[in-house]
Design a protein around this ligand. Structure first.
Ligand SMILES: Cc1ncc(COP(=O)(O)O)c(C=O)c1O
Length: 290
């Protein structure tokens, strides 16, 4: 049985009802997070919750729950569904109000939390994925993790139509990020990714990789790079909560690093896996166990 938390109440997912005038439904007026759970333990939960509150703040929305209440909600769901490896999906919309663009003063917001099955990514992580390059048609506040995802949906569709798994986006020839990932290149052992400004989402996995690079003395810079530099890279990889560190072996039909994941990508994959092992499997106090 699948469950959900709707405004703090644990119910069967099929029983969940949301008003048609909820602004999440009407305007995509909400924020969200996707968190990976490994061995019953959410990875980087605190960072995800901080980003949720930060995204809400950026759209003038107040989330009337504490971090502890949200954590408790996740625990309840993990216990109820007895899941150890899955994703937590958490969304807070501005709530129900008679349809009008103006931000309502009275709406109290709608919180939903539920669990999603984890994707099987091991084979992809071994072989790498194909990508396409396409124009970044999204708005200019990509730093906000909002449920208004139509731009991301349309560019992802471009990838799917060309038998690729991800769309790498550019604005005037500068690579920003993927439709649902951050993009990295390696050239002459220097690792680069777009700076965390309003053109990209500052991924939690991105932050983890930056700190791994720093701790392990990889040369790494948050610096813009062009589509030409992308195509001339020795290695490319993308990062996200659900794809972790994913090698890119093809861009627009052109093979990258001989069509195989490169050595630096491999090393970062393994260091990231060690981080998961350390923080989710080796922990003494299990998150979801009372
Ligand atoms: C547009 C975009 N960029 C980057 C990411 C990666 O972020 P994270 O590592 O926090 O999952 C995501 C994740 O959904 C995303 O949607």
């Amino acid at each position: 049985m699948a469950y959900m938390l709707l405004n703090g109440e644990l119910i069967e997912r099929s029983e969940g009802k949301i008003d048609i005038e909820d602004r999440g439904f009407q305007f995509g007026d909400g924020v969200y997070e996707v968190i990976s759970v490994y061995g019953g333990h959410p990875f980087a939960l605190n960072e995800h919750l901080d980003r949720l509150f930060e995204s809400a703040r950026k759209i003038y929305m107040n989330i009337p729950y504490s971090k502890t209440e949200l954590e408790d909600g996740i625990k309840r769901l993990l216990q109820k569904e007895k899941k150890n490896n899955c994703y937590v999906y958490m969304q807070f919309s501005r709530g129900t109000s008679i349809r009008n663009h103006i931000i309502p003063k009275t709406a109290t917001g709608t919180l939903i939390i539920y669990l999603l099955d984890a994707k099987q990514i091991d084979e992809w992580k071994q072989k790498g994925i194909k990508t396409v390059i396409t124009e970044d048609i999204r708005w200019l506040r990509c730093d906000i993790k909002t449920t208004s995802l139509l731009g991301n949906v349309l560019v992802k569709q471009k990838a799917v139509e060309k038998n690729a798994s991800e769309a790498i986006l550019h604005r005037d020839g500068v690579v920003t990020e993927g439709s649902s990932t951050n993009v990295w290149i390696v050239k002459d052992r220097l690792i680069r990714t777009h700076p965390a400004d309003h053109f990209i989402l500052n991924g939690i996995t991105r932050r983890e990789i930056l700190s791994i690079c720093e701790n392990h003395q990889f040369r790494c810079m948050e610096q813009r790079f062009t589509v030409d530099e992308l195509l001339e890279a020795d290695e490319i990889f993308i990062t996200s909560t659900t794809l972790e560190v994913m090698p890119v072996v093809e861009v627009d039909g052109q093979k990258i690093s001989g069509g195989k994941p490169g050595p630096i990508t491999r090393k970062l994959q393994s260091l990231f896996e060690q981080e998961i092992q350390f923080r989710c499997f080796d922990v003494k106090e299990k998150f979801s166990v009372k």
